[in-house]
Design a binder for this molecule. Structure first.
Ligand SMILES: *[C@@H]1O[C@H](CO)[C@@H](O)[C@H](O)[C@H]1NC(C)=O
Length: 414
């Protein structure tokens, strides 16, 4: 403020605020100042793997009294939902008994209902309840009604809280006929940036910052972080989140794709990060380019087509079954996503980030054709390509960062 004129009302407000801090009796001023200290961080252990389970799950305790549910971690959608115990419900096989609602329906005029239903709400029953329908990129879907109930969660300092959060009570779940078998799950935890996500709900209550991170271990398991007190063990690189007006996904880019450090002709493609997707998908053209480059560069003395292995569309076998993925990855070259417009920041996809080892000891390509999978033109980085990295989605600074990490070990917190 040196040399600058400060209006006297600024000084008097400042003075009143100081007095308030001193006497602790002016709630109008002390409240916003105290709010800062309520933000905390929560860490949850994850269970699951890319293959054979095909998903990573968190245990959340919901309801009063709280009951545990296994939920798929999905940064590609907003709404969290649980399969619900309603007469006539069409539920899928699940690890736990479905959630029982108890007169806790969310009304249709609730702002969260509007954010779910958007501009074309589903056809209403005459009641005041808030119906939802959600269809995922892989054509699985859940229909149901919004409810509000307590989520038992714990800060890293040990303090437990049970904020009332809105989620979907799903009574009609469908899976795609063609795709892989659905994950064995009680529901999905949506961690997108939309108003309805429990991340946004807890951050608007002042409980956590609107930041989510995950660390998926290649050995299975890992952890999920809600909040921003995370110290990556080594250098994290950040890229701005690109938001297309129609999409809520976490999108980056554009990026060029390199194969073994060389240009492939795949240029300027947008990239979506989605922890709810097991494998990585590229648009048809990019997929064809990459899969033929990978096939052409294979040592055919070491690897032959494993046509009898239907785990994924493209599989290879060695001279004898591989005991570990590492034994096979030495025959493959790395891919790189190069974000040319963002200081050339690169996301390295080592062979471990695009191959799986099947139960037959073969190795399969975990990069799939998005068009054939019904995803259209998208380029989607799934779990397989985010393994053994701490990936942080910061909705406050609108950026995504990653750093190599040991996901078998809980992070150090500031
Ligand atoms: C733990 O952190 C939360 C959120 O910052 C805070 O509200 C709570 O008082 C803290 N508890 C302890 C025991 O420090």
């Amino acid at each position: 403020m040196k040399g600058k004129w400060v209006p006297s009302w600024v000084l008097s407000v400042w003075y009143i605020m100081l007095l308030c801090r001193y006497f602790h009796n002016c709630s109008a001023f002390t409240l916003p100042m105290k709010e800062q200290s309520y933000f905390g961080t929560m860490v949850f252990l994850l269970d699951g793997n890319v293959y054979p389970k095909g998903c990573y799950q968190v245990v959340l305790n919901v309801g009063q009294p709280p009951r545990p549910y296994f939920l798929d971690v999905d940064t590609g959608s907003d709404l969290t939902w649980l399969q619900c115990d309603i007469p006539g419900a069409k539920n899928l096989p699940a690890p736990h008994h479905p959630y029982k609602p108890n007169n806790n329906l969310v009304k249709r005029d609730d702002p969260i209902c509007a954010s779910i239903q958007g501009t074309n709400p589903p056809v209403h029953t005459p009641t005041d309840q808030c119906d939802y329908e959600i269809e995922y990129a892989d054509h699985c879907s859940s229909y149901g009604v919004l409810v509000r109930d307590a989520f038992q969660v714990k800060y890293t300092n040990g303090t437990s809280i049970a904020p009332p959060l809105v989620f979907g009570c799903g009574y009609d779940q469908k899976v795609s006929q063609s795709g892989p078998p659905p994950p064995y799950t009680d529901g999905i935890i949506g961690l997108g940036n939309g108003k309805s996500s429990i991340l946004s709900q807890m951050s608007s209550m002042g409980l956590i910052r609107n930041v989510v991170g995950h660390c998926l271990s290649g050995q299975g398991g890992g952890f999920l972080i809600l909040g921003n007190d995370i110290v990556p063990s080594s250098g994290i690189v950040w890229l701005p989140i690109v938001r297309a007006s129609t999409e809520k996904e976490y999108s980056l880019g554009p990026a060029d794709v390199l194969f073994n450090g060389q240009a492939t002709g795949i240029k300027d493609i947008p990239i979506i990060l989605d922890s709810g997707t097991t494998f990585t998908y590229f648009n048809s053209e990019a997929y064809k380019t990459l899969s033929s480059l990978i096939k052409e560069n294979i040592d055919t003395k070491q690897l032959t087509d494993a046509e009898d292995d239907k785990s994924l569309p493209v599989c290879w076998k060695g001279s004898k079954p591989f005991k570990s993925l590492k034994d096979a990855t030495i025959y493959f070259k790395p891919l790189t996503l190069s974000f040319t417009k963002d200081k050339n920041i690169q996301l390295q996809l080592t062979p471990e980030a695009y191959l799986i080892l099947t139960d037959k000891g073969n190795v399969c390509l975990g990069i799939l054709n998005g068009f054939e999978a019904g995803l259209g033109d998208v380029n989607m980085i799934g779990d397989i390509s985010m393994l053994d990295k701490l990936v942080i989605y910061d909705n406050e600074k609108q950026q995504i960062g990653w750093a190599p990490a040991n996901c078998n070990k809980l992070p150090s917190l500031s």
